[in-house]
Design a protein around this ligand. Structure first.
Ligand code: ADP
Length: 159
């Protein structure tokens, strides 16, 4: 079985995340665990339980996937799940430096796990959770960028 973990903060889950998971689950991997990180340096506006719930709802209908929360070291968690691959998205050049550091360090921590990067579909290349939150806070329309459930949750947060 070709198993991957897709880790992230997912605060909140966007259509860009979904597009990546969908393509990877259809074309590349037998199973993908979407791993929602608990301990994050970023100040999340949604709790871990909320981020998991919204990811699950956004991914309804996609086969071969499972959404789970984790804390601690990703490489250890991946090993527990029998995953040999860490899946990440690479949008713009500015993502590269951080991702390069992370994948090099993960390789040092466990040399049996490879990082694989997918570029976004063109229409999601600019999309980030941070931007979506900013637009929602300013009352803009985010319907194209997130699931209806995430849209409602953001509306409630910024009410
Ligand atoms: P993190 O806080 O770990 O960066 P994010 O939740 O922001 O987690 O993103 C998780 C992963 O999804 C990252 O690899 C990120 O590059 C990728 N990603 C985020 N938005 C998009 C998008 N629009 N298209 C493709 N990949 C994306």
């Amino acid at each position: 079985m070709n198993i991957a973990v897709y880790p992230g903060t997912f605060d909140p889950f966007t259509n860009g995340h979904k597009d990546l998971v969908q393509r990877a689950a259809t074309n590349i991997f037998d199973k993908i665990y979407i791993c929602v990180a608990e301990n994050t340096k970023k100040d999340a506006i949604f709790s871990m339980a909320e981020r998991i719930d919204l990811a699950k709802k956004s991914l309804a209908g996609i086969k071969n996937i499972e959404v789970i929360g984790f804390s601690g070291l990703l490489v250890d968690f991946a090993k527990e799940l029998d995953a040999k691959v860490i899946l990440r998205g690479l949008r713009v050049v500015s993502d590269f430096e951080y991702e390069f550091q992370m994948s090099s360090m993960n390789k040092k921590l466990n040399e049996n796990i490879e990082s694989i990067f997918l570029t976004p579909s063109e229409s999601y290349a600019f999309l980030s959770s941070t931007l979506v939150k900013e637009i929602a806070e300013l009352g803009g329309d985010i319907s194209r960028f997130v699931s209806p459930e995430v849209k409602e949750a953001l509306k409630a947060k910024y009410k």
